[in-house]
Design a protein around this ligand. Structure first.
Ligand code: DQQ
Length: 650
């Protein structure tokens, strides 16, 4: 067991906070003492390393890790990437921040072994090239179907068609031939995002956005060529397409992504489509009986000024009393409705819970101050264009989200693929708080659990790191609970200072009551590490605010990857222990706090904490409180995600 403070160790080497801005000041006695103990800790750490037959010497180690600190001075947000998306009618969808614009971001010399390691083992991804939004997910005749925005020609956005895969359990997938390609005038410029609706007779219809040869966004209808085929291989586009064109007052490039339709009490189908008027994001609403002819309602489902273009709107009911999901058409007592929008301007997915007024097709948020687009996000990391579907097989609502890359486009091209999908998550209304949803990985993911490592009541002193003996740490399912020292909690003095994961100094910023949590994808010497942690801030009235964060600032020695600190507030009710779940799958870390009230997804690209060198640690960088942690860590198997057998005739 190591009892040292790697964050302090970095401070010693250059006299600055390892992650925050450099500040010159006279060190108080307390700090000098901590430097002394820090140096002692460095000594102990070195002794530990030697004891573990690490061949590099400590000097090299300090230099290498010390040089990481200098990377913090780079400011990716200052670069203005040239976007290719707007010309096509959508904003840029790829991370071009790290293109070699002015030499500030020299490309890291990625080698094949590092890049191959980044490919995931149990997250859905195509065999090669670019993927973005989830499209038309559904369950049909024993198979889960997943369609997705796909570029068959390159690892960057463009030439968009619909990829297609099927699964029996949402985990193991078979890739099928492309479902729809850009072969008509009304989708020549791309077969864009759409949704499935299952009709009364069990037949399926698909509504999707086509970008025409002139880049006008129109809505099109498609359906399976053969409903007796459980794999739904062949799709037919309705010959009378498009079924909807941009209405008066709506720009040709601001009319996209039809939702799953739901039934009105009159027996009509209703759909909503995202748009904007000036800077106000809006959801247009239409009724139809046959999906060919539509009537636009006078009002809007909803609108929020200042939020810009709404992409991939989702609208669905949640139960206030039951633990299961609801079909999209369910309404009535004990039902609330969720509106989700993907904000094109900032590329985050926001939702709000409220009341749907069927008569005029409008929705009002429960709390206008956290209206859709200005309040709660599905995920405080990298997660976009999400879509739910009702799984009638297991009576649950399942959420899919597109997880982009946060490395350079050049690295994506080199590795030959870009983007993942999140592990599908069940979505429920949080009956305890009444104000948020709960997201949780579908239960089927547990079938991949292999060896279980259990750690009970591990005391993690303030300012210490504890290695966890897990043989293989690149594919993990971690469940952890933390109890914080009650005396320290009471003793800590409150302050008015507001905390924010994003603008804080990350896991290096020490408070009385945090940060504490896990370091995942960390190498033995902690040169690379991604802390997933809680931070408790005490207000001047003694009130506690708990934050859940992911700190990517030391996740990689490479200079051309995103190193933001992600996170947000997480509601913790009286007498609840702090709990988290983390899925680690090579270059993705999905983390869920308090049963899925706050969720963060990170993409990280370590250069040395890979393969057998990846480790996991507990850490507590608080100044006052010790924490006691209990964990179960499963090493995870890989899913089978492969092509449908070639001899199969389609
Ligand atoms: N992606 C699609 C659009 C959608 C956007 C194009 C969201 O339909 O608005 O690939 O990422």
């Amino acid at each position: 067991m190591v009892d040292t403070n790697p964050f302090l160790q970095a401070s010693v080497s250059d006299g600055s906070d390892p992650i925050g801005p450099q500040v010159t000041r006279r060190k108080p006695i307390k700090e000098q003492l901590s430097i002394f103990f820090g140096l002692l800790a460095v000594g102990l750490c070195v002794a530990f390393l030697i004891g573990n037959n690490i061949s590099d010497n400590a000097h090299e180690h300090e230099n290498e890790c010390g040089s990481l600190a200098s990377l913090n001075s780079m400011k990716p947000e200052l670069l203005r990437p040239v976007s290719r998306g707007p010309a096509a009618g959508v904003s840029e969808k790829s991370n071009r921040f790290f293109a070699k614009v002015d030499g500030t971001f020299p490309a890291y010399p990625w080698n094949n072994s590092m890049l191959s390691w980044q490919r995931t083992a149990f997250h859905f991804q195509p065999e090669k090239n670019w993927m973005n939004d989830p499209n038309g997910p559904l369950f049909y005749k024993g198979w889960y179907h997943f369609f997705y925005q796909y570029n068959p020609n390159a690892a960057v956005w463009g030439d968009i068609v619909w990829g297609h895969a099927v699964s029996k359990d949402l985990i193991h997938w078979l890739h099928l031939p492309l479902a729809m390609v850009a072969d008509q005038w009304y989708d020549k410029n791309g077969v864009w995002t759409g949704s499935a609706t299952i009709l009364h007779d069990g037949k399926i219809i698909m509504l999707y956005t086509g970008s025409t040869a002139e880049a006008v966004q129109v809505q099109n209808l498609a359906y399976p060529a053969d409903h007796s085929d459980p794999l739904l291989i062949h799709w037919v586009k309705y010959p009378g397409n498009p079924v909807l064109v941009p209405p008066p007052g709506i720009d040709n490039k601001d009319f996209r992504d039809p939702t799953t339709a739901w039934l009105t009490s009159e027996g009509k189908w209703r759909v909503t489509i995202g748009s904007k008027i000036n800077k106000t994001g809006i959801a247009l609403i239409y009724d139809t009986k046959d999906f060919i002819n539509y009537e636009m309602l006078d009002g809007l489902l909803h609108a929020v000024p200042g939020t810009g273009m709404w992409e991939c709107v989702d609208f669905f009911p949640v139960s206030e009393t039951e633990e299961n999901g609801l079909d999209t058409s369910i309404n009535g007592p004990g039902v609330k409705h969720v509106v989700k929008v993907s904000l094109d301007d900032e590329r985050h997915d926001y939702y709000a819970i409220g009341t749907y007024l069927e008569k005029n097709g409008t929705w009002i948020p429960d709390q206008p101050e956290i209206d859709v687009g200005i309040g709660i996000r599905y995920d405080y990391g990298i997660f976009y264009a999400a879509k739910t579907f009702y799984d009638q097989n297991k009576k649950r609502r399942v959420l899919w989200g597109w997880i982009g890359e946060s490395d350079s486009e050049a690295a994506d091209t080199q590795k030959g693929w870009a983007s993942l999908q999140s592990i599908p998550r069940t979505i429920l209304f949080d009956q305890k708080t009444g104000t948020n949803l709960l997201q949780w990985p579908v239960e089927e993911i547990e079938s991949l659990r292999l060896k279980r490592n259990e750690f009970n009541q591990v005391k993690v002193q303030a300012g210490s790191v504890v290695p966890l003996n897990v043989a293989s740490a690149t594919q993990l399912d971690i469940i952890a609970e933390f109890e914080i020292d009650k005396e320290a909690l009471e003793r800590a003095t409150g302050s008015n200072v507001t905390f924010s994961c994003r603008t804080s100094g990350g896991a290096a910023e020490r408070g009385a009551l945090g940060p504490f949590g896990l370091l995942v994808l960390a190498d033995e010497r902690l040169c690379e590490r991604t802390p997933v942690y809680f931070y408790i801030a005490k207000g001047s009235h003694g009130n506690l605010n708990t934050f859940f964060c992911n700190d990517q600032s030391r996740s990689s020695a490479a200079s051309d990857v995103d190193k933001q600190i992600y996170g947000n507030f997480v509601p913790v009710l009286k007498d609840e222990t702090l709990s988290l779940r983390i899925l680690v799958d090579h270059s993705i870390i999905e983390s869920f706090a308090q049963g899925g009230r706050t969720v963060i997804t990170s993409r990280v690209y370590p250069t040395r904490a890979i393969y057998g060198a990846a480790k996991v640690f507990l850490f507590n960088n608080a100044t006052e409180a010790s924490v006691t942690a209990s964990l179960k860590i499963w090493e995870m198997n890989s899913a089978f995600i492969r092509s449908y057998p070639r001899h199969q005739k389609f």
